[in-house]
Design a binder for this molecule. Structure first.
Ligand SMILES: NC(=O)C1=CN([C@@H]2O[C@H](COP(=O)(O)OP(=O)(O)OC[C@H]3O[C@@H](n4cnc5c(N)ncnc54)[C@H](OP(=O)(O)O)[C@@H]3O)[C@@H](O)[C@H]2O)C=CC1
Ligand SMILES: CC1=C(/C=C/C(C)=C/C=C/C(C)=C/C=O)C(C)(C)CCC1
Length: 331
């Protein structure tokens, strides 16, 4: 009881003593990648909790980028929301941040920091690929390794990982990003079962496109970019099939970061935040050879893409069409 109370006072930085009952209910939440997008919205949503149940440690690798978060938090900044530096790619930075928290006590860890990478694989330098794995996969693993022993010890805790629908289904020209999220899915699937026996729950969110800076970084500049080491057919597929497709997909399926943040408040193990993606995923599990899924993606990218902006019912119709062709029951 006492340690809970002092932890609470340390985190608020306030000298006032909250009543013990209140202190017991306060949950310390650490979120990575809060300078923008989904991380920023999760942080603000928890800080705004009416019952003030959360002390949010919103972390980012570069504190110079904190202005948007501070502005969005308004009066809650330094009350229920605190900003700290944390680079998920650095052992030292992660340790320093977590060691600065009283008793290293974190009730909820939200692994959100991540980067995208698109383009023809043959044009991507290995160090860029490494950076994606270092951030998206090892970044989350680094945080989990650091907080998990304390959570296991206390027999309490919650870990939330922002994966991606691309952690369940690969998408052309996003191979390395998808691979980093697939790695995360495999890692978490193994760990989740182990952690249950310690009363620690692990959940993954698998959003499809979300309107954040991620979208801008992914699409902006890609049209004009030169690909000197790539054959002309591949450049043509990327520029004239994939890129317009990605723009359509963001337009048709894009969700807001608020939508994703809300899902984190009561997550299952898997959380496909956009139900419109279910038919695409259903293809993958409907046919154990995997050919159906690959063929369907091929057709969607190269021949049927213009139909997709008619709306999602078309995508569902196509999915079931493919299943019928392969004589697979949707149930
Ligand atoms: N937007 C989308 O369509 C989707 C996104 N996701 C996932 O959601 C998560 C959040 O992305 P989103 O909000 O959309 O994108 P944003 O680009 O808006 O946010 C990404 C955040 O991650 C941070 N970050 C990047 N590298 C590091 C690092 N080494 N250490 C700490 N923080 C880092 C960025 O910080 P900085 O400002 O310093 O770059 C930024 O705060 C990612 O894991 C992404 O893969 C999943 C599905 C869809
Ligand atoms: C579904 C689909 C496409 C694009 C999907 C995209 C672009 C998804 C983006 C998801 C994101 C951004 C996830 C982040 O983690 C194509 C290839 C255009 C055509 C085939 C069907």
């Amino acid at each position: 009881m006492f340690s809970d109370e002092s932890r609470f006072c340390w985190i608020t930085g306030s000298k006032c003593r909250e009543d013990r009952e209140n202190a017991m209910l306060i949950k310390v939440v650490l979120i990575t990648g809060c300078s923008s997008g989904i991380g920023l919205r999760i942080a603000v949503m928890l800080a705004e909790d009416e019952k003030q149940r959360y002390h949010v440690i919103a972390t980012m690798r570069d504190l110079k980028r904190k202005d948007n978060l501070v502005k969005a938090a308004g009066d809650l900044y330094s009350k229920t929301l605190f900003v700290a530096e944390l680079d998920v790619c650095s052992d030292e930075s992660v340790k320093q941040c977590i060691n600065s928290i009283k008793d290293r006590h974190i009730d909820i860890l939200s692994n959100n920091a991540g980067i995208g990478l698109v383009g023809p694989v043959e044009s991507i330098p290995m160090d860029e690929m490494n950076n994606v794995f270092e951030t998206n996969f090892y970044g989350s693993v680094r945080l989990i390794k650091e907080v998990m022993p304390d959570m296991k010890n206390r027999r309490a805790g919650r870990i939330i990982v922002i994966s991606s629908v691309m952690g369940l289904q690969g998408v052309a020209f996003n191979e390395v990003y998808a691979a980093s999220k697939f790695a995360l899915e495999g890692f978490c699937e193994g760990l989740a079962a182990q952690l249950l026996s310690f009363n620690v729950t692990l959940s993954m969110l698998e959003p499809g496109p979300v309107h954040t800076e991620f979208e801008l970084k992914m699409i902006q500049g890609m049209k004009e970019k030169e690909w000197p080491s790539v054959d002309p057919d591949t450049v043509n597929y990327f520029r004239n099939f994939y890129l317009p497709g990605a723009v359509d997909i963001f337009e048709i399926l894009g969700q807001t970061p608020d939508h994703i943040a809300k899902v984190t408040s009561n997550p299952h193990f898997h959380n496909l935040t956009n139900p419109l993606y279910s038919p695409i995923l259903a293809l993958k599990y409907a046919d154990e050879t995997g050919c159906l899924s690959v063929q369907a993606f091929y057709c969607m990218l190269f021949t049927l893409r213009p139909l997709m902006n008619v709306g999602m019912p078309v995508l569902k119709y196509l999915t079931f069409g493919f299943m019928r062709k392969w004589r697979i029951s949707p149930n």
